[in-house]
Design a protein around this ligand. Structure first.
Ligand code: 2HA
Ligand code: ZN
Length: 281
């Protein structure tokens, strides 16, 4: 079977194309990694054939034998749909824990995203708290980034403002948004810091750079980032009027939403008495 017809390749093409058209992933901005089911990949590829071994520069022992489809370094989301075989690659984490075995893709000689440490370390962190996690997406969504320049970069305050901007925000990301200070990207250090946040949050802002999202599917993860970006857009649009926001969703209303939809939200991110405990459960 032709791998270009595989659902996971098509989904990667669709997601990168959507993100590019939304203006979130200029030039080579953004990267995606998606943990695949070995049996599904075996329908398209001979898993004993390794086209290249590439050192990752860090250890990912808990992921040994796991297979990911990932975007390539220096590649443009704009071009993934046209040439998936050059812009995407399928890698398996080798037995030594630090080699990526290339099973397909990167046919022009390129390799996986420079943000592989942040991706794989985030996969390990999310899988340790949610065995169903499959996807990590990094992106540079415009309004989320703009908001970084004018809003305090405090996790509680940043999350609270986003929750206030759209009624459904607290339902979509009840665990809130983690925030990392500006750090050098592409390094193991930012990878480790991101993964630490990912134990608590499915969304992590990289200050003045972009955002990381984690989820069970490409759709779910994209939807998380899309919802943050929509809230940030409302924030930026209302800020730009120079007028005071005289109507806001109140903390009491957020509690009603969380209770009605049955979500386990960050109580300590609201400003209500008796809400200092982190979780309902
Ligand atoms: O891969 O977005 O953070 C390009 C980036 C790096
Ligand atoms: Zn980036």
């Amino acid at each position: 079977m032709d791998i270009l017809n595989a659902k996971f390749v098509k989904e990667m093409c669709d997601t990168t194309a959507n993100m590019y058209r939304l203006g979130w992933d200029e030039r080579n901005g953004g990267n995606i990694s998606y943990l695949l089911d070995e049996e599904e990949v075996a329908k398209y590829l001979d898993l004993s054939k390794i086209s290249r071994n590439i050192d990752m520069g860090f250890k990912a022992d808990p992921l040994i034998g796991k297979i990911f489809i990932v975007t390539g370094t220096g590649k443009y989301f704009k071009n993934v749909e046209k040439e998936p075989e050059n812009n995407l690659g399928i890698i398996r984490i080798g037995k030594d824990g630090h080699t990526a075995e290339l099973l397909w893709g990167f046919e022009d000689g390129s390799k996986f995203t420079s943000e592989l440490p942040a991706h794989l370390m985030s996969h390990m962190a999310r899988l340790s708290v949610d065995p169903e996690n499959r996807v990590i997406i990094h992106s540079h969504p415009t309004n989320t980034l703009a908001m970084n320049y004018i809003h305090e970069l405090d996790e509680k305050k940043f999350t609270h403002t986003l929750w206030e901007m759209c009624t459904e925000c607290i339902v979509v990301f009840p665990d809130g948004v983690g925030v990392l200070p500006w750090m050098l990207c592409g390094t193991n250090e930012i990878g480790e810091a991101t993964a630490k946040k990912m134990k608590e949050f499915r969304l992590v802002v990289w200050a003045l750079h972009g955002i990381y999202g984690a989820g069970k599917s490409l759709d779910e993860t994209f939807g998380l980032i899309e919802t943050v970006e929509k809230a940030a857009q409302i924030y930026m649009l209302t800020e730009a009027t120079g007028k005071e926001r005289i109507n806001t969703i109140k903390d009491e209303d957020m509690v009603k939403l969380a209770q009605y939809f049955g979500v386990d939200y960050r109580r300590d991110f609201l400003n209500l008495p008796g809400q200092s405990i982190k979780r309902i459960s």
